[in-house]
Design a protein around this ligand. Sequence first.
Ligand SMILES: Nc1ncnc2c1ncn2[C@@H]1O[C@H](COP(=O)(O)OP(=O)(O)O)[C@@H](O)[C@H]1O
Ligand SMILES: [Mg+2]
Length: 471
Amino acid sequence: MSLLKRIEKKDPAQTLPPPSGAGSGGAATPPPSSGQMARQMQTPAPPVDKLVELRARLLSKIIAELDPKLDIGRADELRRSIEELFNQFLAEEPDIVLGRVERQRLLEQLTAEIMGLGPLEPLLRDTTITEVMVNGPNMIYIERNGKIERVSARFDSEMHVMRIVDRIVAPLGRRVDEGQPYVDARLPDGSRVNIIIPPLALNGPTITIRKFAKIPLTADDLIQRGAFNKEFDEFMKACVKARLNIVVSGGTGTGKTTMLNIFSGYIPNDERILTIEDAAELQLRQEHVVSLESRPKNIEGRGEITRGDLVINALRMRPDRIIVGECRSGEALDMLQAMNTGHEGSMTTVHANTPRDALHRLETMVLMAGFDLPLKAIREQISGAVDLIVQLERMRDGTRKITNVAEIQGMEGEVIISQEIFRWESGGVKDGKVLGQLRATGIRPKFIEKIESYGIFLPPNIFGLDPRFYQ
Ligand SMILES: Nc1ncnc2c1ncn2[C@@H]1O[C@H](COP(=O)(O)OP(=O)(O)O)[C@@H](O)[C@H]1O
Ligand SMILES: [Mg+2]
């Protein structure tokens, strides 16, 4: 169904953004009162409710008039038609006088309502914004340069938010309602969206959009941002080439996926890579990549394909490497088994705050797979599979850094033994910026032999060792 047809089925009166700021987006201030807005205009703006009514009228007239055959894909044509109709219908409004700025804004809002995601549209277009968070109709936050700020854009009502939600999920054949009050979805540009609605969300319909970075951050970008240094980068290149199994650990938004993407970039070009994700985010530059996406239950609660199912299937696809975007539950066991049975060089991310915590998380996730395995057996699986844990943290100034890099060495009795190879050394805070650096601990990892067996010889000073003793 074309977008236009879908819009036509809805009650347009409900889909209106409010006059203040919506559509202007991006401004990092709380919404100004309508009085303030009016003072800023050269031509005194009509009262707010008049504007709301006007917008509702214009919207329904424009939608009624737009050629139903018009293809949403032909955006330029649609935009031109909307503008023509807008001018025509506005001229028919005898008591409304709008200033140039006000008029332009109204046109933009109407276009965004008809063609896109209403008040979210300018925020999604702004490439400096990395995340958009809607907490009910009146509160929209964004993240820019790692910092969260509130913007003046807002929705008209909960109904208005719900209509935009519908517009996001309907093309995917999904819906959000009482029976299915939260969903993960994706925008056509690849941005990831989570939606959760009342009564589960007390603020009103809540939308969280992780915008898809069209150009993913590179290792050089991250070095420049102080996430890690050149020596560490060299170390990681060696670890990936030598097929170590790597787990990237961190909290939400600490840059796990970004890091996984960078590490995957070090896989040699002649290897067959299989990626498994809930919503494809990884952007590998290699040619020989097969991307698999899991599938949630459908409306009848059937048809689910989990990440674990995909790992098992991937084993039959002659992979050289398996990359699981995120381990969150039972698939951890499948992943560990794959790592332990000749699919070395695999990578994943887990949600944890320290490398130790990551090991605990893996344990818990294996238990979630539902096999009644003794803890010791689980730990053996983990210590046998995982070679390296890279820990990420988000600092107070919004930057993300690697804070810990630990080698998993094996078991001692019932306990997994790990050894820190790099550690973040804090240098305090200056002018709001977090200072410090990633330092080698002086420990030479045991897996260095494996790296050397691939003909890669890292200089000892990478590990903080005196080169004179390691000729
Ligand atoms: N080192 C970094 N410095 C600044 N921003 C970063 C850094 N790493 C990632 N980001 C940005 O942070 C956001 C979250 O990154 P992502 O890798 O998706 O996190 P996670 O997978 O941990 O949730 C993205 O917008 C990404 O571009
Ligand atoms: Mg992620």
